[in-house]
Design a protein around this ligand. Structure first.
Ligand code: F3S
Length: 644
């Protein structure tokens, strides 16, 4: 039997286990990437492990998230990152060079290789034919140290594309259609592998828009073939020699097949506040819009910016709309300027920012209270924009630009403009001085730590019996933005756990942090898909720091569960999901955790209501052992201590 693209890629980095669906496998990263928000913790972890030099083919650090230098904190972090990367052998992009995922696609991503990145949208590199996986900061540190990354061998869904996108229906609509069909849970434990004749109609940036937002389905990753379009992309960035062909074998077998005829797609939009809340734009057309944000790693490649300029040529943004553009990289900025697109966009009344994440995670351009914001970003989780009770709609650059002009949600086809045609430039402007190479004398580098950088808190081993109060009873789809808030006020203190812990669950319950601390910790109860969204490990560290011992949920998001293991927070799932209904916030639960065994049923006693129910843990034995030890961080530290 032949192999899928996914199997070919995994076999190229497999170091432990066998490629049998559902089994635990270890893969070694050829490349890693990190960004300023998550990687600070990664480097602190590397230092606590005593690692002197990273052990990968390429490791790249980007500085794109925490860019508002309102005081010393972000500037201190940038300086720390430049020092530590130079010392450890990591290439560091200068602050503001571009958004990590798109910049990686331009400069470093290679078909056939495996990339592990400390961000959930690392999967964007699947667009070039990489096996790209997002992880939390600690797993990022381990992979930089050359340790295998353990994942479950995924099931593989073949998304077979036929036809060709019609004018004003761009790549964002493909992934919105996938989300509409399979939902935010539909990719869990799976890889979305794109094949079919429609693939050749999409360039690498368009493919990357699709793989990037595949993260919202919960998929381990998404991947496209490497073909002539891939070669064209690499050639444009002066790296053609890195091209290899990569296709699925004719007799490869998939676990599931989804057919999408690109020519049948229409402009789509995700309603607040989940990316799978997708409907055709025409169903909500006419709704008044207050803000339009054109940006993010998902959707401001050069083709997007030129398409926006095409939509806005000779027009003015509606007077009631505030519109802003965050381009994805310096290459996109300079190519757009060279083509006159920036003049057109600025003339229309759009604010143009530097190439950073910016408004995507609430670091700038937060919407006004009660307003409607239309965004080209991948996520619209409650509060992520920086404004509580926000109303964020996700859509394509074309729909966003058309709506900015009319002031109401608008199907871009209704403007009756001539079709836009994009041709990949043969050669892109791509200045190499955006990267700082590691020092040849790392022993001479003095790493400078700002006062906001605190050591990683010690995590004690899990006790043999948990007797704790339910500090929060939560619903379905609690995101990492709910647990550990985004926004310009909170991101600069992400690496200061005692400080960020004061704002845990801020979006849901402002009293949580104080209550949990006063009670000496507790238990959380949640519905489906707990921990959905970004890879930020602080969403596991912060509850753990506040004394939370376990989260009992109907289900967990993969990436967050891995972070829980790393930081010693026990995930438990209901055997009978209806038992969730009988628990109330404030109930006291007891669980015997003296022996954590894979597949075991644990009896939970509700001491308040005098009832009982059973739970189990979705973790394998190795992960349970890590949780018992207080987290993988303790296991690794102990191992390293013994080897000294
Ligand atoms: Fe940045 Fe938003 Fe992408 S925070 S990495 S632009 S999802």
């Amino acid at each position: 039997m032949g192999l899928t693209i996914t199997e070919k890629l995994i076999s190229n980095s497999l170091v432990k286990g066998e490629m049998t669906r559902g089994s635990r496998i270890g893969i070694r990263a050829h490349q890693t990437l990190g960004h300023d928000l998550n990687a600070v913790m990664s480097y602190l972890a590397l230092q606590s492990m005593g690692v002197k030099k990273v052990n990968t083919e390429v490791s790249v650090q980007y500085i794109d998230h925490n860019m508002i230098q309102a005081d010393y904190k972000n500037a201190d972090d940038h300086r720390f990152l430049k020092d530590i990367t130079s010392k450890l052998g990591v290439i560091c992009a200068r602050p503001g060079s571009g958004i990590c995922h798109h910049m990686h696609l331009e400069y470093w991503a290679r078909p056939g290789k495996t990339l592990v990145g400390g961000d959930s949208h690392t999967v964007a590199a699947g667009g070039i034919g990489m096996f790209a996986v997002g992880v939390g900061g600690f797993d990022g540190a381990l992979t930089m140290a050359g340790e295998p990354l353990y994942i479950t061998m995924p099931r593989i869904i073949n998304i077979r594309l036929t036809g060709e996108l019609q004018p004003f229906v761009s790549a964002k609509n493909v992934i919105l259609e996938v989300l509409r069909r399979i939902s935010i849970k539909g990719g869990v434990g799976k890889v979305l592998e794109y094949t079919g004749p429609g693939v050749k109609t999409l360039n690498v940036a368009e493919r990357s828009t699709i793989t990037n937002m595949g993260a919202e389905t919960g998929a381990t990753t998404s991947v496209f073939p490497s073909d002539e379009n891939t070669r064209e992309w690499l050639r444009a960035f002066g790296r053609e020699e890195q091209w290899i062909p990569l296709q699925t074998d004719k007799d490869a077998e998939y676990d599931e097949v989804i057919e999408i005829d690109l020519s049948q797609l229409e402009p789509l939009i995700a309603l607040p506040s989940q990316p799978d809340n997708v409907v055709p734009v025409r169903e909500v057309a006419g709704l008044k819009v207050d803000q339009v944000m054109l940006g993010s790693c998902t959707n401001t490649a050069l083709n997007d910016v030129l398409s926006i300029a095409h939509m806005l040529k000779g027009k003015r943004i509606h007077p009631d709309v505030s519109a802003g553009l965050y381009p994805s990289t310096q290459t996109v900025v300079r190519e757009s300027i060279a083509r006159g697109a920036y003049d057109t966009i600025a003339d229309a009344g759009v604010r143009i920012f530097e190439p950073i994440c910016g408004g995507c995670n609430g670091c700038g351009f937060a919407p006004a209270t009660g307003s409607i914001s239309l965004r080209t970003t991948p996520r619209n989780f409650e509060g992520r924009s920086g404004t509580k009770n926000d109303q964020v709609y996700l859509t394509s650059p074309e729909t966003a630009a058309a709506s900015a002009v009319t002031g109401v949600i608008t199907d871009p086809r209704d403007l009756k403009l001539p079709a836009f045609h994009y041709e990949m430039p043969k050669r892109m402007i791509h200045p190499s001085n955006l990267f700082l190479m590691p020092s040849e004398h790392p022993e001479e580098i003095e790493v400078r730590y700002g006062p906001n950088l605190r050591p990683i808190p010690e995590m004690p081993a899990l006790e043999d019996r948990i007797e704790k109060t339910v500090q929060l009873k939560l619903g379905d789809h609690i995101t990492t933005d709910h647990i550990c808030p985004a926004g310009a006020l909170y991101l600069p203190i992400r690496s200061n756990i005692p400080e960020i812990a004061k704002y845990a669950f801020l979006v849901i319950d402002e009293t949580f942090s104080k209550r949990a601390k006063a009670a000496g910790g507790g238990i959380l109860v949640a519905g489906l898909n707990y921990g959905q969204g970004s890879s930020r490990e602080q969403a596991a560290i912060v509850p753990r720091y506040l004394g939370i011992r376990s989260v009992i949920a109907k289900g967990f998001a993969r990436l967050h569960m891995a972070n829980m293991v790393n930081w010693g927070l026990l995930p438990l799932t209901f055997i009978n999901p209806e038992d969730y209904d009988a628990i109330r916030q404030g109930d006291t639960l007891t669980i015997d955790t003296s022996e954590l065994i894979e597949g075991k049923k644990y009896l939970v006693k509700n001491e308040t209501s005098q009832t009982e129910f059973f739970v189990t843990s979705p973790l394998c034995q190795a992960d349970l052992d890590s949780v018992k030890a207080g987290g993988t961080i303790n296991v690794v530290k102990n191992k390293r201590r013994k080897s000294l």
